[in-house]
Design a binder for this molecule. Structure first.
Ligand code: FDA
Length: 512
């Protein structure tokens, strides 16, 4: 059960022979650290003891990705794709030691953020776009708005998130109830597989095309390009943000919100962000102010939304509004890819199938109000289009839930003890909510990657191939009944588990 023998020196020689020197960064390169950290978001994984890549290939052409994969396969060095670097557990640029003493298996990063390969091409007439994986959501939204203010893409809120990881894990934002997941709108893709071959949808076949649209990043190949179907939006949309304090009405409102938000008309997306003693209700409505105010008055009068709360704007202005909280922000802010890691954070997720009782919300409030910790609980309603898509249509299975929950804790001070305190807090809050959320198994969202659910351990390997049974624990939390099909696809396209990380899909072997 030893991992495939890796020969880092030969791997680096292979890269040097097949790639232009300016795209390969090793420990010996002056800018290795700045390239490595360029898109890292979580300070937890910027430590001297974090296992880092033996090389970063900043691909400027598809052939560079092919060469990196082929050199890696030949010399036993696995490749991790990195698009926006936002993975919550840093799996696109770090690995885990299996135990304190063991050294990590060497790996390389193929970074897809170079301008030469991250372009976005919008065809407004056909309502489609081709986008490189390394493009951010902000760059995509900006490119769409430059062509038409009546087109949009139903992706996430964070403008610095990379398309590669986002689409690989499903991806959702404020258009979810009207249009479903971001991955639901992928109509073609270009992938470099474990043999280093380039495949489009026709060449890869429908099984692999199914798997890459939600089966989680880093398991099936390096996706270079995505063809996206854009969606129409009205010229005017309306937003509001209202705050309701815990000690007044928040718990009653939350309890009602659970029944109302998933059953509102599809044009209305009403989420809640809980922080300390405050419930922030945020809404995007695909229509004019009068429609939103009337909908709220009819369906959720207790929230007390007034005409003054509602602000009309274009869809792209709403993107800026929710990304940066304010009106009148310049659109160019969407092009800012961020300036490296700035905080420590840990997140966990849940799905809710039955309304949570109000006494459970009171317990959640107690966690949020604790001294010395900072965090959020974010509730995103489903229903609408989500409920109309079959749970097996894509790998993302949680279509029929009422809403999703994200617990997010963050801090700024360095140190193991500080980290343990914050990690303990977020885990405690998650434990507290267990009786009230989805079960058998408790669900989670793969794009909110959480290694507490379990990992592929080197020592469980069969010849360097991750074990299926062990992986089911977290695999079925993310993918439920779709996990087995993902593992079957993996066995077909990457039987030797070249594209592997701590939570990649293991190949389903015939004996299993
Ligand atoms: P990164 O490059 O770290 O990749 C993530 C995973 O995918 C890694 O395993 C990586 O190896 C793999 N991967 C990356 N590129 C690949 C490629 N081209 N081919 C194959 N595999 C690839 N989510 C959401 O649904 N809605 C939201 O609104 C937000 N908002 C948000 C804000 C912020 C600030 C953060 C940090 C995160 C979010 N997310 C989110 C979660 C986000 O969707 C998730 O972290 C994505 O996987 C990030 O994709 P990146 O390409 O940035 O990450």
């Amino acid at each position: 059960t030893t991992p495939p023998s890796s020969d880092t020196a030969s791997f680096l020689r292979c890269l040097a022979a097949d790639l232009p020197p300016q795209v390969v960064y090793t420990n010996a390169s002056e800018s290795y650290t700045s390239v490595l950290e360029s898109s890292i978001r979580n300070l937890l994984f910027v430590t001297p003891s974090t296992p880092t890549p033996v090389a970063i290939i900043a691909a400027a052409d598809a052939s560079h990705v092919q060469a990196a994969v082929r050199c890696g396969a030949r010399h036993g060095v696995r490749v991790r794709p990195r698009s926006g670097g936002h993975d919550y557990e840093g799996l696109s640029y770090r690995s885990l030691r299996s135990s304190a003493s063991a050294t990590a298996h060497p790996f390389a990063v193929v970074d897809l953020a170079a301008p030469a390969i991250r372009g976005v091409r919008v065809d407004a007439a056909r309502r489609t776009a081709w986008a490189g994986s390394g493009a951010t959501l902000g760059e995509l939204y900006y490119a769409i708005a430059n062509r038409s203010l009546r087109l949009a893409f139903p992706g996430g809120l964070g403008p610095t998130v990379g398309l590669g990881g986002h689409l690989s894990g499903g991806g959702f934002g404020l258009l979810l109830r009207k249009h479903g997941l971001a991955a639901d709108h992928v109509t073609d893709a270009v992938v470099v597989n474990a043999d280093g071959d380039i495949l489009d949808r026709a060449a890869m076949g429908e099984d692999l095309f199914w798997a890459i649209r939600g089966g989680g990043g880093g398991s099936f190949g390096v996706v270079l390009l995505w063809k996206l179907r854009l969606v129409p939006v009205p010229a005017t949309v309306t937003v509001f943000t209202v705050h309701r304090p815990r000690n007044q009405s928040a718990t009653t409102l939350l309890t009602k919100w659970q029944r109302v938000a998933p059953t509102l008309p599809r044009d209305a997306f009403l989420r809640v962000v809980l922080q300390k003693e405050d419930a922030q209700f945020e809404c995007l409505y695909l229509g004019a102010r009068a429609g939103l105010v009337a909908t709220m008055a009819g369906r959720f009068p207790e929230l007390g939304v007034t005409t003054e709360d509602a602000i009309e704007m274009t869809w792209i202005e709403a993107v800026l509004y929710f990304a940066f909280y304010g009106v009148g922000k310049p659109r160019e802010m969407l092009l800012d890819r961020g300036a490296g890691p700035e905080r420590f954070f840990k997140a966990k997720s849940d799905y809710v199938s039955e309304p949570v009782p109000s006494h459970a919300w009171e317990r959640a409030w107690r966690w949020l109000a604790m001294d010395g910790v900072a965090g959020l609980i974010i509730l995103d309603p489903y229903g609408g289009r989500m409920g109309a898509v079959a749970p097996a249509a894509t790998p993302f299975p949680h279509r029929r839930e009422l809403y999703s929950v994200q617990y997010y804790g963050f801090w700024f001070e360095n140190g193991t003890e500080v980290a343990e305190k914050h990690l303990g807090w977020i885990r405690g809050m998650h434990r507290e909510m267990e009786p009230y959320v989805s079960k058998n198994p408790r669900g989670a969202y793969v794009n909110y990657r959480d290694l507490d659910l379990g990992v592929n351990h080197g020592e469980d390997d069969d010849d360097g191939v991750a074990g299926y049974e062990k992986a089911r624990v977290w695999g079925e939390a993310y993918f439920r009944g779709n996990f087995e099909r993902l593992a079957a696809v993996k066995a077909k396209v990457d039987p030797h588990d070249f594209f592997r990380n701590e939570q990649s899909i293991p190949p389903l072997r015939s004996s299993q």
